[in-house]
Write a new protein. Structure first.
Length: 283
């Protein structure tokens, strides 16, 4: 009877151990869902750097543009004339050429006169001093005009840069999703006039618990899923960012899972989720 009892006890203990192990494995294997928002790689509100009247619209809503393409042209007639004036001043080398020719002619005259004076020739010290002063003045004038040309080049580049600031160009490639100004209206510096979105590459921005970070590594492939009502297929993303800081209020850490989005199949702003193993959730 005692042997039978002991056998039953051993069996029950073994069953408990196996059941406990299976239960623990099931807890470890069960991932936790974390939900976040899909964000476009670039979502920019573009504004001019200077004030002025809009004279040309280079784009319209829904148009795809390339980086550097003209978006809006602000009246730049005065700046264009100033840049042209500065360019003509900078490119006028007549005075510098005349100064260099004078210095080139005076140099051998001064050198010959100095040798003649040192050899006891007929030239007087007064004549030599006067010629030396002329030679030094010619040399100084050449140096002065060379520095002046450098300054004129800088002034021309500044004038041209001021003109270029009146051309609002696309900072990145993308699609114009909003346009808040028309030809003839006054553009103000710092006030957004259009929205430019580049969603060819998106990322899921999601906050997770510290326990979900332990098994993650940079560039890890993670599947991103979406609300079934949207009927969007899951996509394979790459863990591109793990925040080095944790939000003190929520205790969560931000992750970004990047994924290509050809044809903008996944619209920015929708909710997405990832399944991660949270080691703290099984305690």
């Amino acid at each position: 009877m005692q042997r039978l009892f002991r056998s039953v006890v051993r069996g029950l203990v073994g069953l408990c151990v196996v059941t406990s192990a299976l239960f623990t494995q099931s807890l470890v294997a069960a991932p936790t869902e974390f939900t976040g928002l899909v964000v476009a790689r670039h979502d920019l509100l573009v504004s001019p750097g200077v004030a002025g009247n809009v004279t040309r619209m280079g784009v319209e809503v829904g148009q795809r543009v390339k980086q550097g393409q003209l978006l809006i042209q602000i009246d730049d007639r005065a700046q264009e004339l100033e840049a042209l004036r500065r360019k003509q001043i900078f490119e006028d080398l007549s005075e510098l050429k005349a100064a260099r020719d004078r210095f080139r002619i005076l140099t051998p005259l001064y050198q010959d006169s100095r040798r003649a004076f040192e050899a006891g020739g007929s030239i007087s010290r007064e004549e030599l001093s006067r010629l030396e002063l002329d030679w030094m003045a010619a040399q100084s004038r050449v140096e002065q005009l060379e520095v002046q040309k450098k300054r004129e080049r800088i002034e021309f580049e500044l004038a041209d840069q001021e003109r270029q600031q009146r051309r609002l160009v696309a900072p990145v490639s993308g699609v114009v999703t909003r346009l808040d100004i028309e030809i003839g209206e006054w553009a103000k510096p710092g006030e957004p006039v259009l929205q430019l979105v580049d969603a060819d590459l998106c990322y899921l921005k999601v906050n997770v618990t510290p326990g979900a970070l332990r098994d993650l590594r940079a560039d890890q492939v993670i599947e991103v899923r979406f609300d079934p009502l949207l009927k969007l297929p899951p996509v394979k993303g790459r863990l591109s960012f793990i925040s080095p800081a944790t939000d003190p209020a929520s205790g969560l850490t931000e992750l970004r899972v990047s994924f290509p989005n050809p044809g903008w199949r996944i619209p920015p702003g929708v909710k997405g989720s990832v399944m991660l193993h949270d080691t703290e959730a099984i305690r």
